[in-house]
Design a protein around this ligand. Structure first.
Ligand SMILES: O=C(O)CC1=NCN=C1
Ligand SMILES: [Zn+2]
Length: 425
């Protein structure tokens, strides 16, 4: 099979190879490093990974593109497994409230927060949501990201708006170089009109929305904001068990602000992942390790919320919980598409080593969205989603924070971004 693209003289090639599932404990540090590496790609697939020169057995011709990666770090395309990508409006008006000391939950319960984004998303047209999210995907691509999960959740009871978000995500998956993986999150907040009768709203989600999403195959995952003052443990259990019974894979926003047992529930239901976990109990973390629930940590959110605590990544890694990280890109608790910055935050604030952070942004992130069979590592037969960073090694990339280290991004074997190259429209 002829090579269409060859990346050679790679000073540091982090393959992330060697595991068919999420990397836990000591394995979270193993990045499958090859010095002076070489990768051969044919069309959209990886056909060779090795050290030194490309072997004669891999044919090339005048059409083969060669990239010299001397002095560079090459990794699998980064994966952002937790975003609220598709949304209308913005919430900079809450900035002053936060500076005056108002908490995230206080702003939410006073009708702001998610509710104000819900209003903006409802009022926005499909095209407005699409254009806004397309621009965010361009930013993410420039940071080396090649796959993104995108939650609905701003319908807040208005199913049409929920569906509009999901349809935008699905359209973006077709049109933008980045692959977009939709998650249904109808249970993001209780609509004001159901404030005193939230169980009725839960029944609407369970009896109407989830069956429709599942029957029409509009999303693979179902997520719920299990939090004090949002959805209780009992309500979250009902929603996620219903999702599971309809073939949707359960995820959960767990113990973000108050520890109400979200991590324990994630383990009981065997969610693919539990996300945030800033306030997760040690018992809940241990149970997640026993039940192989992946932790998706969001260090940008804890930085932005400044609630004085961060997820205990070290305890999770030491207790066999595979850790992934994400931006949590959304207009309120983390208005940033910059996954490279979150990688630095994960190291600086969560005390994860640079190698653990790279695992968390590649293969473990792929596992959190059930894509590990095709992406998340540089191995023969996998999709050629590859990022080239202009840094000598992963430690330098994580330590030198706040700048964009991306040199080039390859998506399905095609160069889709080059630094100072053609701007994406
Ligand atoms: O505030 C938002 O829009 C997104 C969010 N949902 C749960 N935590 C953050
Ligand atoms: Zn979130």
């Amino acid at each position: 099979m002829k090579a269409t693209l060859v990346i050679e003289n790679i000073t540091n090639l982090a393959t992330m190879s060697g595991s068919d599932g999420p990397r836990k404990n000591k394995a979270q540090k193993d990045i499958g490093l090859i010095k002076n590496g070489v990768i051969a790609i044919s069309k959209d697939k990886i056909i060779y990974v090795g050290e030194g020169k490309l072997p004669e057995s891999i044919p090339t011709d005048e059409g083969t593109v060669f990239i010299d990666a001397t002095g560079k770090l090459v990794t699998p395309g980064l994966i952002d497994p937790h975003t609220h990508l598709v949304h209308g409006g913005s919430r900079e008006n809450e900035f002053s409230m936060k500076l005056e000391g108002k908490s995230y939950l206080e702003i939410l319960s006073s009708g702001g927060g998610i509710h104000s984004t819900a209003k903006a998303t409802k009022e926005a047209t499909f095209e407005e949501l699409y254009d806004k999210a397309y621009k965010s995907l361009n930013i993410m691509l420039e940071f080396g990201v090649t796959t993104v999960e995108a939650k609905s959740g701003y319908g807040i009871g208005d199913f049409e708006t929920e569906l509009k978000q999901i349809e935008v995500a699905r359209k973006l998956d077709e049109t933008h170089p980045i692959d977009v993986v939709p998650t249904f999150m109808g249970a993001h907040a209780v609509p004001p009109e159901y404030k005193e009768r939230s169980d009725i709203f839960v029944d609407k989600i369970v009896n109407e929305m989830i069956p429709y999403i599942a029957q029409n195959k509009l999303a693979e995952f179902c997520d719920v904001f299990c939090e004090e003052g949002v959805f209780t443990i009992e309500q979250s259990r009902k929603i996620l068990l219903s999702a599971k019974s309809h073939g949707l894979i359960p995820k959960i926003h767990a113990d973000e602000i108050v520890s109400i047992g979200g991590a324990e529930l994630a383990s009981e239901i065997e969610c693919i992942s539990a996300e945030h976990l800033i306030s997760a109990s040690k018992n809940g973390i241990k149970k997640m390790g026993e039940k192989n629930v992946i932790a998706v940590l969001l260090p940008g959110t804890s930085f932005n919320l400044q609630e004085g605590k961060v997820a205990d990544a070290r305890y999770m890694i030491d207790n066999d919980v595979a850790v992934a990280i994400a931006t949590d890109y959304n207009p309120g608790s983390c208005p940033s598409e910059n996954l490279q910055l979150m990688m630095s935050f994960a190291s600086i604030t969560l005390k994860m080593t640079p190698e653990e952070v790279l695992t968390a942004s590649t293969i473990n992130a792929a596992c959190a969205i059930k894509r590990e069979s095709s992406i998340g590592s540089i191995e023969v037969g996998k999709i050629a989603d590859i990022a080239i960073f202009d840094v000598p090694n992963i430690a330098y990339m994580v330590y030198h924070f706040g700048v964009n280290h991306t040199d080039s991004v390859i998506k399905k074997g095609k160069i889709v971004y080059k630094k100072n190259g053609r701007a994406l429209n």
